[in-house]
Design a binder for this molecule. Structure first.
Ligand code: SF4
Length: 102
């Protein structure tokens, strides 16, 4: 979730911000709604880039939903372990590198 861009769809949505930080491993209706909102977000690409850029910092983003991709569960950290997290970063990398005209 991007908090500093007023065009972010998550900031305009009817969902509570917690929807982007699911605590269980289940795919709830709220989680699905957050992912759908991300998929229509005008700054989806920038959001994915923010996560990828964080990997070079002291505090890489490891939890939450960004650009429609759910990273690890906020509390258990379990979404397929390290391999699952790597696959999700790869998916975010692809979104971040998408051509905006495509
Ligand atoms: S892609 Fe999703 S999490 Fe990122 S700014 Fe847009 S709505 Fe928020």
């Amino acid at each position: 979730m991007q908090k500093d861009d007023k065009t972010a769809a998550c900031l305009k949505s009817f969902l509570y911000p917690d929807a982007w930080f699911p605590t269980g491993n289940k795919q709830t209706e709220e989680t699905k709604a957050a992912i759908l909102i991300c998929n229509g977000c005008p700054i989806k690409r920038e959001c994915a880039r923010m996560v990828i850029d964080s990997l070079d910092t002291t505090y890489p983003i490891k939890t939450g939903i960004y650009a429609g991709i759910r990273l690890a569960n906020t509390h258990s950290g379990d979404q397929g372990g390290a391999a699952g997290l790597r696959a999700r970063y790869d998916a975010l990398r692809k979104i971040a590198e998408m051509d905006t005209l495509a």
